[in-house]
Design a protein around this ligand. Sequence first.
Ligand code: MG
Length: 403
Amino acid sequence: MSDRSTAVVIVAAGRGLRAANGEDAPKQYRRLAGRPVLERTIAAFLADPAIGRVVVAIHPDHRALYDAAVAPFADEARLLPSVLGGASRQASVRAGLEALAAAAAPARVLIHDAARPFVSRDVIERAVAALDEAEGALAAVRVVDTLKRADADGRIVETVPRDGVWAAQTPQGFRFAAIRAAHARAAAEGRDDFTDDAAVAEWAGLTVRVVEGDPANLKLTTNDDFLAAEARMTLDRFAALPDVRVGQGYDVHAFAPGDHVTLCGVKIPHAARLDGHSDADVALHALTDAILGALGDGDIGAHFPPSDSRWRGADSALFLRDALARLAARGGMLAHVDVTIVAEAPKIGPHREAMRRRLAEICEVAIDRVGVKATTNEKLGFVGRREGIAVLAAATIRLPPSD
Ligand code: MG
């Protein structure tokens, strides 16, 4: 089934919990290995060419967070403008369904939680395929633990038979007209207490079947969920990448008349700018060289000659991304970066966390794998005379066994 008449509603309107790790964002916008959870979730669906359209229901307070999360999809026509969610999950789903119907009703719709970024194409396609036979289909996993019901005092009341018991996930897929009508009827009858869309469908008398979900298709809820997911995204892959290499980089740029410097991708007001043919982000240049050094693959000047006018004023993130693409092409992964900025001014401390966040974002690693340090040069030498800024960087990479 690849006629693109399958649309997706992603429910992202919850206020979510505020995590205790210092990142003050609702969970669907928290960064997971450098990228917002919602961006990963949207990307998972857009990666499937069978998906014709995606619409996201968001909370009105999250407009700026949403715009930032979907910036990478600026050229993706299949991502429709977001819709504002309602007070309940059901109201948010309804808003998404009505937005789809207003354009052109699809034949099928998948409804998915924003906080499940690990949904696989297999699970998506199983849910879609099941709609040939049933009006609804939900991804679910068999319950393997023994189930107990306990009273308020924690005393076991009974052992619940687990035969035929499944734990519901999303996506939950439906024939579009049927689920739209079911949601409209539930709203008309004042029912907004259903915890998932399959429950709405069951209540409306639709046939809903389970399809095999995926234990990895977790709903990220607690801080521990995020930490475990980030660990899994990296440590599991590291196991297959035993060739550990460390690279170093060093760069210097001189000050010139101006009003800000760019360091680690962060603009900092200053009485001077850094001179250079790109944006002169001396920190990203040193880090790019550290990665190229670990790869044994030349240096930034060899790949991006200063004589080439294309790089004039360029965002230096593009040099770093090029080095990361070379690492990815070798089947490798970045394990850690560490940047030391040597400058008398500006002060780095107030910008350190913004720099770490930006590096984690560009490098797509967890923020605890990013170090940014600063020191003065004790007024000695060219740095001490405030003639420029020097940066030292280190990067640890992991590669597959060499053959
Ligand atoms: Mg440079």
